[in-house]
Design a protein. Structure first.
Length: 140
């Protein structure tokens, strides 16, 4: 083990950007001396169109990568939504949605993996899936 361990500080830059534009986020990170972030909500083209990072198209990824190069920013992990769904298709009074697992893998999970690959990270931040409200999850 190294005598000088390396620690990487990372942030959600969208929380520091009034309009969630990519430029605002890069400037905020740079002003704080940060070189790493976990992208989530972002307006890549500064046109008021805020998207989750996994929903960007190829052109938007290309523009975002140019900004990363310009500002010396790297991606530590994708601030993903993976896991933010119900496990069971039952109305439980919550705002959580149900998506059949195969469909979820083909869309949300695949898009998240694409975002990670495109933006040069192997890490994805995820959530625990939601069991039915007021129920104890069966972990067996």
């Amino acid at each position: 083990m190294s005598d000088n361990p390396r620690v990487i500080l990372s942030a959600f830059a969208d929380e520091a950007a009034n309009h969630k534009t990519a430029v605002e986020q890069m400037v905020a990170l740079s002003a704080l001396g940060l070189r790493y972030y976990s992208p989530r909500f972002i307006d890549v083209n500064s046109d008021g169109n805020i998207k989750h990072v996994v929903d960007l198209n190829k052109s938007e990824y290309k523009s975002l990568l140019k900004l990363h190069d310009e500002y010396g920013i790297n991606v530590t992990s994708i601030g993903a939504r993976v896991g933010k769904i119900k496990l069971v298709d039952k109305d439980d009074g919550s705002h959580n949605v149900f998506v059949p697992f195969k469909e979820y893998l083909k869309k949300e999970v695949a898009n998240t993996i694409n975002a990670a690959t495109t933006l040069g990270t192997k890490l994805i931040r995820g959530f625990s899936f939601y069991p039915p409200k007021a129920k104890t999850p069966n972990l067996t």
